[in-house]
Structure formats: C-alpha cells, structure tokens
Design a protein around this ligand. Sequence first.
Ligand code: GLU
Length: 265
Amino acid sequence: MDNLKGAKRIVVKVGTSTLTYETGKANIRRIRKLVEVLSDLKNSGMQIVLVTSGAIGIGVGKLGLSAKPKDTPGRQAAATVGQCELMFMYDKLFAEFGHITGQLLVTKLDFENEERKNNLSNSFNKLFEYGAVPVVNENDAVAVDEIVFGDNDNLSAIVANLINADGLIILSDIDGLFSGNPKTDDNAVLIPVVEKITEEIETLAGGAGSNRGTGGMITKIHAAKVAGSAGIPTAIINGSNPEDIYRLIEGRQTGTFFRPESREE
Ligand code: GLU
C-alpha cells in the first residue's frame, strides 16, 4: 500500500511555514481550509489528532516583534502568546464545523515517565471517546534543554506511536522528498514511495548540519523513521493545499509515502 487508504486514526502535523505568511501573521485561508478538511474527515468516521507548531511564529506576529527573539525566554514568552491565538483559531474554526477541540501541551518528559505517559494516553483516549479533536504542541514555556523535543516532526511521530495511529501525515512546504534539491536542481524528481529509510535517503533529505534548503526535510525523515519502526506509515505532502489530505485517504498518489516496518506483536 502506497497511501493511507482506509486509515481510521491519523495524526496530522502542521508547521509554522504552512500556518503563517512571511509577515508572521496567520494564513487564515489555509488554516480554515485545513480545519474544514479535518472536520470533514472526522464526520466520515475518522479520528484525528492535530500536532501544530506556529506558537512562536504567531506570537512574534501578535506581539509586533520584528523577528523571532534570539533568547530562550523571549521565544518562550512569544510561544505563550501565540499558543492562545492558535487555539483560539482552531477552537473557533472547528466549532464552525460542529467539532470540539482539546489542547495538550507536552514535553519529552511526559513520554519518558511511565506515569505521565499513561496519564497522557488516558487523556487522548477520553478525548476520542468524547469525539473531540486533540490539538497538540510542545509546552514551550517549560521545555528547555533536555526536556525539549526540539521540533514537532519528532513529537508528531511519538504521538502517533502513543495513540497507535494508522498513519502520520506531515504537511511540508514542499511536495515531499526529492531526488535532489528542487530549488537548485532542475532534474530533481519527487520520490513517491520510500521502502526503507537508508543512509542514502537521509543524505537526500539534507543530512545533519547541511543546509540544502529543503525546508527541514531531515527532521521529517527522522519522524517517518520513528513512526515506521512502530509499524506506522508516514506521508509527507505539501501543506499549501490541505485538500490533498483527501487524496491520501482515497488512496491516490500524493507526496512521499514511507512504508513502515511490519508491526511486531
Ligand atoms: N513548538 C514550537 C511552536 O509551536 C515549534 C516547534 C517546531 O519548530 O516544530 O512554535
């Protein structure tokens, strides 16, 4: 299977570049479309978890700062402001389509400590039971140094694993994984299916430390690896048109699909 056809429980991860304009302000049109698609999928009987970034970015815009603060407390403060704005928008938009959201702000520690992990899992299960949409972000106000995930790609894979999702969809600012850097190489083509995440695939994604301008592809590949080793398939697609999520669920080729390792019982 090269798509997520038939998936019942999915995690959708959306990042700052999909959610905001270059001005730092929210891309309302896109956020609205994303919420509309997710609400519709929910109506069809699916269970959706939204892992969202954008708190710092939107906070910077809302506070009228000229750039993302360089210091950690500055970014944390911006995140607390932006998170309110984000949740306000999600809550309002999902409500327009008759759905309820619940906010979960987590840190790495919450997944490493058995008791916290269980509590978190119980919260997710109850939200599913209530029919609400769990909306997850890192708790940036407290997550510094060793308790930080660093990026929400990783967080989305860990959440997918915790809730035993049928699939992880990562919305990116490019169409998927390419055979080269599409911004500089005209011969670069989209790779539709990755059977196994090898070193070669990781190199294509830009490798640690290099800057190939593929928009954070490496952290997405790592997330696909984490999800895949738990038997969960990942699709990386372009987030600019949220309706493309339908294509995946309908079984049509979209973006790059990462085949998971077979689930071990
Ligand atoms: N948690 C951060 C935010 O919402 C973003 C983390 C990431 O870059 O994925 O702004």
